[in-house]
Design a protein around this ligand. Sequence first.
Ligand code: ZN
Length: 358
Amino acid sequence: MLDWTVPMEWNIRDAWVKNSRGERVIDFQRSNLHVVGYSRPVRTRLSLAQLKGRLFTLPEHPDWIPYRTTYYTDEWGFCLTHREFLALEEDEYEVCVDASFEPGHLTYGECLLPGETDEEVLVSSHICHPSLGNDNLSGVVIAAFLGRHLAARPRRYTYRLLFAPGTIGAITWLPLNESGLGRIAHGLVLTCLGDAGPLHYKKSRRGNATIDRAMRHLLAARGGAHAILDFSPTGYDERQYGSPGLDLPVGRLTRTLPGRFPEYHTSGDDLDLVRPTALADSFAVCLELFELLEENRTYLSQNPKGEPQLGRRGLYHSVGGRPQEPEELAMLWVLNLADGRHTLLDIAERASLPWFEQ
Ligand code: ZN
């Protein structure tokens, strides 16, 4: 796929490290984070010193299990809390990773919600992190609820929800769908949307796509702490959608940036880190975005020469000298820029008026 080869399918049944008394001191059955993802099968006996070379911990957070993977290498290892690590005694340990590599499938989920036009909004979230809440279950949950919401309402755009393993999932999906990529008018990668931090929107590679402008406008209008970031070729699947040969208008919405919260990629990223109010707020922003995109039309005034007389149509306040109402100001801007060349978003930006008061 593109420049990559989909690796063999990895399936794990069990994994453990037992001490000489036969006790499981590290046990995959207690947490699937205990095994380095994609570890090769192994069955061996090791001294403590030898075993330590295969263990990963977080000394600065001694109660959390790190999340580690070893894709594209022939390695194995275990992850455990630093507290458990310090409790390991000199002993001979029995190690088992009961896993297999087989020609199999790369599995992804895709949901298409057809709209009045075949222009698409792509919503993409990664599904590869086991037992982690903010990165990545929050993105999956928001995308799923967006799908349910969108399915029940009229849609101008067609919406495509993609749930795929990070990196290799998008890299597999893109060439299989290359003929339709031109239909993607707007796209959004969703992850890390449940923590209590402020919203961060990362712009698409284009930097001035409609979705970039829409998010900047919406987040500014909502007020509160937020940040707009320029595109960079790091992060999640925005870097696949934003590769130079594709350059799709796909941005990314998170709250605290991945890697910037201490629980990131550890067992500390659990359902206590995910706050219901933050998750609901992230969901609401996505709904506002889609509403804006759905309604972002270009209008052509039927009275373009001279200002239309609003009073005659009951659209202008009758008492002269009163300060202008925001609705009236918005109407004047729309009438002035309804020249077939400005979208409503163009007008909202130019008038510095928030979308949802227009
Ligand atoms: Zn991650």
